[in-house]
Design a protein around this ligand. Structure first.
Ligand SMILES: NC(=O)c1ccc[n+]([C@@H]2O[C@H](COP(=O)([O-])OP(=O)(O)OC[C@H]3O[C@@H](n4cnc5c(N)ncnc54)[C@H](O)[C@@H]3O)[C@@H](O)[C@H]2O)c1
Length: 257
């Protein structure tokens, strides 16, 4: 079965300058059907409609709060209903992009903030993966791509601080342990760790801070969302079949192992 007969489920894919929307377009350009899951259901449907029009692939959008188990189950059931109606091919990839960051210094954080950042980035990855995994195991083929960050590897240093680095590090542990467990199933599990990307996620960041971030990168600039999307679609491709448990850096040299 080629990827043109598969659906990529992508979370966090409605933000205008975001990595998720660019990634969804790139999946569609490569022939995948796409499902857009994000907080705002109407916006998710709109993005799906524009993708269907632009790329001529099946696309479906639905609301989800990735940190809420019931909401994830509702979204999963809606996708299954579309599939059953013949509107979408089977799910072949889950791409966990939904995330939030926080620049709050450690002693000023609250338990509420800690939970919020952990819930969206880490628990969201857990819930969405768990919801769509059985279908991929049944088919004997699947790709899970999780969004971590260079902040998990370097201990922040870009914008997000302790809760964000902790949550994105949890995503790396999750990715590796699940990759090991799913080894024999045909489902691979990988993570990407971008450095600073040119999006609106760094809410409140000043032009001076943005310039300092770019200057700190060996290649002298932040990443484009296309550069991140390219790595993600590679990890979802047939070509990446022997890659699992991998952490793929996309950081312009800002962190080298
Ligand atoms: N921009 C960067 O520099 C950078 C670097 C490394 C990693 N990342 C990660 O990449 C991902 C995308 O970042 P971005 O820069 O495109 O951010 P963004 O803020 O533009 O997009 C994030 C998306 O996630 C969605 N989202 C937030 N909470 C959600 C929830 N509870 N349920 C469902 N959707 C939710 C938002 O609505 C939005 O569409 C995030 O996980 C982020 O941590 C970003």
């Amino acid at each position: 079965m080629s990827t043109t007969q598969r659906t990529a489920v992508i979370t966090g894919a409605t933000s205008e300058k975001g990595i998720g929307a660019t990634t969804a377009h790139r999946f569609a350009r490569e022939g995948w059907a796409v499902v857009i899951l994000d907080l705002d259901g109407e916006k998710s449907s709109q993005v799906a409609r524009s993708i269907a029009e632009e790329h001529g692939v099946p696309a479906f959008g639905h609301a989800v709060d990735v940190s809420d188990e019931a909401s994830v189950a509702t979204a999963r059931d809606a996708v299954a209903a579309e599939s059953a109606a013949g509107n979408l091919p089977p799910v072949g990839a889950v791409v966990n992009i939904a995330g939030i960051t926080s620049p709050v210094p450690f002693l000023e954080t609250t338990l509420e903030l800690w939970h919020k950042v952990m819930d969206v980035n880490a628990t969201g990855t857990y819930l969405v993966t768990k919801a769509f995994l059985p279908e991929m195991i049944d088919q004997g083929w699947g790709r899970i791509v999780n969004m971590s960050s260079v902040s998990a590897q370097r201990g922040g240093g870009v914008f997000g601080k302790v809760p964000y680095s902790s949550a994105k590090a949890a995503v790396l542990g999750f990715t590796k342990a699940l990759a090991r467990e799913l080894g024999p199933t045909g489902v691979t599990v990988n993570a990407v760790t971008p450095g600073a990307v040119d999006t609106n996620i760094r809410v409140g960041s000043t032009p001076e801070q943005e310039a300092a971030i770019a200057d700190s990168v060996p290649v002298g600039r932040t990443a484009t969302t296309e550069e991140v999307a390219a790595a993600i679609t590679f990890l979802a491709s047939e070509d990446s079949s022997y890659l699992t448990g991998v952490t793929l850096d996309i950081n312009g040299g800002s962190h080298m192992h």
